[in-house]
Design a protein around this ligand. Structure first.
Ligand SMILES: NC(=O)c1ccc[n+]([C@@H]2O[C@H](COP(=O)([O-])OP(=O)(O)OC[C@H]3O[C@@H](n4cnc5c(N)ncnc54)[C@H](OP(=O)(O)O)[C@@H]3O)[C@@H](O)[C@H]2O)c1
Length: 271
């Protein structure tokens, strides 16, 4: 199996590296194409992958074409790919907002997978939700799942609406966690802790809480009940959050991202 990764940016290289480390593919079967001479030179020096500048030199050889360019480059790229592809090829796109219908229309390919990764993919802890067109077979789906899992975990969703929905939860989600962390660090600084100590207090609290959550079947609500005793300090904080409707505001924020993902999809509908 040969894979072509188009776009040697943050995400494209994350997947190329993930796939090459996973032993699913030999390095020489991973091709990377970018328009930037500088990026190609750097990659050539590392000698990790076969690098390409011209689509004609690599698109016809690929079994799977992984597109990781910014959405505003999608149209131009896919129109150039169209005369070079063959019907058996599978395209996986991680471009936010670019729909399966658009990819099919512009590339002429029917086997299309749309995936939504998140930032922790860069350290092998990502979450990629994905959906496939009906032309992708079950066996091909298993291969794709294994490829996406090389950067963390993947979840197959039943329709494209869930890709936009997962953008609002896992795609944009790391930023919500950082938002919470930032506020807690600012509170720690205000209480007189140094920047370094504030960072440790907050990061270890997040790590510990998440590990507890992952090692157990308890819901977040049950964990809150375990730490918050009546009249105690944690209850004071949770009551303050409830009174300020923090929970409602977080849900509203996730829906704002979901709705924006839908809007972007409409803006980028080239058909
Ligand atoms: N970063 C995330 O956390 C995240 C999460 C979910 C989805 N995504 C999606 O992932 C995609 C890539 O994001 P990124 O952050 O990795 O972007 P990036 O770092 O800008 O990488 C894109 C790369 O593609 C190159 N490129 C542009 N046009 C090209 C073309 N026609 N042919 C070949 N290469 C081309 C760019 O070169 P130049 O720099 O010279 O333009 C750049 O090297 C985006 O569509 C984004 O929506 C990203």
């Amino acid at each position: 199996m040969k894979i072509l990764v188009i776009g040697a940016g943050n995400m494209g290289l994350t997947y190329a590296e993930g796939m090459s480390k996973s032993k699913l593919l030999k390095r020489r079967n991973i091709m990377v194409l970018d328009t930037s001479e500088e990026k190609l030179e750097a990659l050539k020096k590392e000698a990790k992958f076969d690098t390409f500048k011209e689509l004609a030199d690599c698109v016809p050889q690929a079994d799977i074409i992984f597109i990781a360019v910014k959405p505003y480059h999608a149209e131009g790229l896919m129109m150039k790919m169209e005369p070079l592809v063959n019907k058996g090829q599978i395209v996986i796109s991680i471009m936010a907002g670019v729909t399966i219908k658009t990819i099919k229309n512009l590339t002429g390919l029917n086997k299309v997978v749309r995936a939504m990764p998140n930032l922790p993919a860069q350290i092998g802890k990502g979450l990629t939700s994905f959906v496939a067109s009906e032309e992708v077979s079950r066996i091909e789906l298993l291969t794709i799942e294994s490829l996406l899992d090389t950067t963390g975990r993947s979840i197959l969703v039943s329709d494209e609406n869930f890709i936009d929905a997962s953008t609002g939860i896992s795609g944009s989600g790391p930023a919500y966690v950082f938002y919470f962390m930032q506020s807690m660090m600012e509170a720690a600084l205000k209480m007189g802790f140094s920047k370094n100590v504030s960072k440790v207090l907050v990061s270890q609290t997040f790590t510990g809480a998440i590990e507890l959550f992952n090692q157990n079947d308890l819901s977040p609500n049950s964990w809150m009940d375990k730490v918050a005793s009546k009249g105690g300090t944690t209850r004071a904080a949770l009551d303050s959050m409830d009174n300020n409707k923090v929970g409602e505001l977080i849900k509203e924020a996730a829906f704002a991202a979901f709705e924006r993902a839908i809007e972007l999809g409409k803006e980028k509908s080239y058909v």
